[in-house]
Design a protein around this ligand. Structure first.
Ligand SMILES: [Zn+2]
Length: 264
């Protein structure tokens, strides 16, 4: 009986764990880095092996989220690196100027800085390793549409929705509930997604960081439109957005591979 009670309390504790502020959940980030890993060229693979002492990218994929729980606050300044807020329905013409002008650190401002640290082999290995850890995570985050969401609702965190009658919010739904709904392991998910032809991959890998962010912005607009506050979402929502979730995971993985292949 006592054991049953303990198990029940643990269950309650786990259910109540605040996953809302975490980015693409652990599965999403691992899928993305696993797709990237499988699309690295030889040179990039060698560099990653060196910096990560042969650990795969997936092993470090979620570290940038885990450290948000560090009570010493060593990494507190990095918590705003995971997203960039923007107003609704921006025009492509004004977009580059808009994101370049944002004063606070954000996912867009940080990625080039991390690349600069990584590129310079005179930097300490430890610093380059940390830069790589953040890079592989942030490229993932910028493809989670709610990480390019609106400031007033905290990227969907304030938009209450119900997922199969369970109360959650739009940000959390896109971080993890939708990814985990498929019940794939991260390697299975990477395998079913990593089936594109060379040309299809090239098409996804084309473009600039700004193009990719604008793409996420457009998807965010659509997500806001189809999931207003209080929505009760289940199978039919999953049916509509599944191709979007899959394609964002795929894009993030392939573009991360492209960034690393070009870097080295
Ligand atoms: Zn994150």
């Amino acid at each position: 009986m006592k054991r049953l009670f303990l198990l029940a309390s643990l269950g309650l504790f786990l259910c109540g764990f605040p996953s809302d502020l975490i980015a693409w959940g652990t599965t999403g980030h691992r899928v993305i880095t696993e797709i990237a890993q499988r699309n690295l060229n030889k040179k990039a693979k060698k560099q990653v092996d060196k910096l990560f002492d042969k650990q795969h990218l997936a092993y470090w994929a979620n570290w940038a989220d885990f450290i948000k729980s560090d009570t010493l606050n060593t990494w507190k300044h990095t918590s705003i690196w995971h997203y960039v807020n923007m107003p609704a329905n921006m025009e492509r013409n004004n977009f580059n100027a808009f994101i370049k002008d944002i004063e606070k650190d954000n996912v867009y401002s940080e990625i080039p800085k991390l690349l600069t640290i990584l590129k310079d082999k005179n930097n300490r290995k430890e610093d380059r390793k940390i830069a790589l850890i953040f890079l592989i995570h942030l490229v993932g985050d910028m493809h989670q549409p709610m990480h390019t969401g609106r400031a007033d609702d905290l990227g969907g965190n304030r938009i209450k929705v119900y997922w199969f009658d369970r109360e959650t919010n739009l940000h959390s739904l896109w971080d993890s509930a939708l990814v985990d709904f498929e019940k794939y392991s991260y390697t299975e998910y990477a395998t079913v997604l990593n089936v594109l032809t060379k040309d299809e991959k090239k098409a996804i890998q084309k473009g600039t960081l700004e193009d990719w962010l604008y793409d996420s912005h457009n998807i965010a607009n659509r997500v806001y439109e189809i999931s207003p506050y209080g929505s009760r979402l289940s199978y039919d929502y999953n049916f509509i957005v599944r191709p979007i979730v899959d394609s964002q995971l795929q894009k993030a993985g392939l573009r991360l591979a492209k960034i690393l292949n070009d870097l080295w």
